[in-house]
Design a protein around this ligand. Sequence first.
Ligand SMILES: [Zn+2]
Length: 354
Amino acid sequence: MSLRLSTIVSCISVVLASSVTSKGFIPFPHHQFDSRSWNSQNPSCSGSPLNYVVLPSLGKGLGVFAVRALEVGDIVMQEAPALLVHPPPFRQGMGYNVTEVGIRARAAFEELSEDAQAEIMSLTAYYRPAEARLPGFDLLKAIFSSNAYNTGADLGLFPKIARINHSCRPNAGYSWNAAIGKRVVYASRKIGEGEEITVSYIPLLLSVSERQKRLDPYGFKCGCDACAAEESARKAGDRRRRDIRDAFNQLERESISDLVNDKAGNKKAQQLARQSAKLAHLVEEEQLPDYYAKASRLAAIFHARIQDWEQATRWAQKSYELRRMADAESKETKEMHALTNNLIASWNNEGAKP
Ligand SMILES: [Zn+2]
């Protein structure tokens, strides 16, 4: 048993990077004018082959809306970068040299067709009005800085994905899929026909006021369900997000610490398993799908430690499915696949014992 368990623990002790990403290496505002809502023009009548349509979103400029009902894991859109820039070296604490990035973006932009250039130039950029009056101001640089994502070792601009608005309870996740060379947006929970697709621009385990501060540079006040709720609900949400953050920190630390096989150690292992299941439920209660896979993975690890193979396998499978949804070929997905198989084997062995 100890051998098998150590194999499992060594397999799962790799600390997986969170899939949560932030948008733009300089923030930008999406939300600049009020206009018609979704209800004023329903694109489902148009028979669009796409799962989404870009339309004005009340109070938020343009937004992306589901043309049909989407199930968890359905692809909303996948987009190759319209502009791909190999950045200069990243300077710790200072980021990229924005001027140099701008020069490289301009060079790549000049190679594009007029239509592609026009699509890029229609995107929103964030900059202070005074900046626009400075000699050498380059709107393309501002657009690129505001909307580009880390894309492998490069920076990529995705004009369609750039239209998706932010929510602190997003219904979609997104990630760069190196195998297909596209950024993929998928439904992280059920999305109704006509519902606005949202992703998160910022890390979400923050209080309402901390989140608003992080969103300030994007030029809008978030009015999502979590931010616009009445005060008592907002405070409850703040508490849950703080508890989730603390629990992740503690359980990540514990997940790479050695097992102590004595009475106190076993008691602690039982307690950690309960905590990990509670964390997974808290994340669901606060509707933070970006963190489901991470929480489920921890629950798998801690249930494996107490040799509750059924629960461990259930959590591992869940984490694997969520990782696969984001990117079937990623390192994280493959690791969860291996872990799930190990746990199933352990469960089978357990059942085979006399
Ligand atoms: Zn919000």
